[in-house]
Design a protein around this ligand. Structure first.
Ligand SMILES: NC(=O)c1ccc[n+]([C@@H]2O[C@H](COP(=O)([O-])OP(=O)(O)OC[C@H]3O[C@@H](n4cnc5c(N)ncnc54)[C@H](OP(=O)(O)O)[C@@H]3O)[C@@H](O)[C@H]2O)c1
Length: 313
């Protein structure tokens, strides 16, 4: 699998990665019920064996458990040299000092069992402490050798510009902005974010590229998603998205039977973003891997864009 440079950093990732929010999480996801650590280990191994090298986690995921699970897998499989590990800092209201970011990163590193991560991101801009503080703290983390590159997440166009400028003044490139980007949330191509990131050479990492499984095609008005997702993606939503999913199936069929999930991920890659789909088991990991190695035509991308216009979240 080819590699993509994250912005102007020296970190190179596979065209799609592996998201691990669900690893250990019981608040939104059903860890311990429909999947366990053995399933996660198999999806980790299958992903690495197929050329994926990019794993995304966060201190917030299952209160650090996702990081701990990854740390165990990396150590048990001796795969540190193969993987690019990204994690994230929560800019909570209890965090007011620049030094708290480096302290939080050190705790993440302990859970991951690593001396440094490859990408450290601010999980969201926060509304209490100015972005400037956290950008300087990220640059401090690079200087301390605790991360190779830095990124932001859920930053707006204006916030991304500011973050980029502050880091640039410290001689540190802003490698990435991790944002929701999928067929049901294609705002980045309309609000100037995609253009800005291209202009500044900041890689877009597409989180929730399957819209939390809604683009996988298995949920229908008569078979809605379980738990919290069922409230967010309700009956009306599932009725409205049927035509889009129908087109995705049709297009996938024309590409040797690619699934809706594979079409959704390929669309994200066609947009120049790096999707990080979550996979709870090896079947999902393998299916998601099948989104790579072929390409939707420009006409198909346009048709999907058009069909998704009416169902934007
Ligand atoms: N920065 C942020 O604020 C932020 C926010 C959200 C996510 N993220 C990152 O992005 C990653 C991915 O996002 P996400 O986990 O929210 O959602 P996602 O990748 O859009 O969807 C993942 C879920 O879809 C289902 N799925 C996976 N592969 C499938 C397939 N081939 N066919 C059908 N269903 C499939 C699984 O759930 P079921 O089997 O239960 O349906 C899986 O847990 C996260 O793990 C995290 O690393 C970041």
């Amino acid at each position: 699998m080819e590699r993509i440079r994250l912005g102007k950093s020296d970190v190179y990732v596979s065209p799609l990665g592996l998201g691990t929010w669900a690893w250990g999480d019981t608040s939104v996801w059903d860890y311990g019920e429909s999947y366990d650590d053995e399933d996660l280990m198999q999806s980790y191994n299958a992903s690495l064996e197929s050329g994926i090298n990019f794993i995304d986690t966060a201190e917030a995921y299952a209160e650090g458990k996702s990081e701990s699970i990854i740390g165990r897998f990396v150590s048990e499989t001796s795969t540190r040299k193969q993987v690019i590990i990204a994690t994230k800092f929560v800019p909570s209201r209890l965090r007011i000092l620049r030094s708290q970011l480096v302290a939080a990163l050190r705790r993440s590193l302990r859970r991951l069992g690593l001396s440094h991560v490859d990408l450290y991101q601010i999980h969201w801009p926060g509304d209490f402490i100015p972005i400037e503080t956290w950008m300087h703290a990220l640059a401090d983390a690079v200087e301390a050798g605790l991360t190779r590159a830095v990124g932001v997440s859920n930053f707006s166009v204006e916030e991304t510009k500011r973050a980029h400028a502050i880091l640039a003044a410290r001689g540190v490139p802003l490698a990435s902005n991790q944002i929701p980007y999928n067929l049901l949330h294609s705002m980045p191509q309309r609000n100037g974010m995609a253009d800005l990131c291209r202009e500044l050479d900041v890689t877009i990492i597409a989180h929730s590229p399957l819209c939390q499984g809604m683009l996988g095609g298995k949920f229908t008005p008569t078979h809605p998603p379980p738990g919290l997702r069922g409230r967010k993606y309700d009956h009306d939503f599932l009725i409205k998205t049927k035509p889009l999913l129908g087109l995705m199936k049709e297009i996938g069929h024309a590409h040797d039977g690619k699934s809706p999930a594979q079409v959704a991920l390929n669309w994200t890659m066609c947009k120049g973003a790096v999707p990080i789909p979550g996979a709870k088991n090896v079947k999902q990991a393998r299916e998601n891997l099948g989104s790579h190695g072929w390409r939707l035509s420009d006409g198909e991308v346009r048709a999907l864009d058009k069909a998704s216009e009416a169902v934007q979240i």
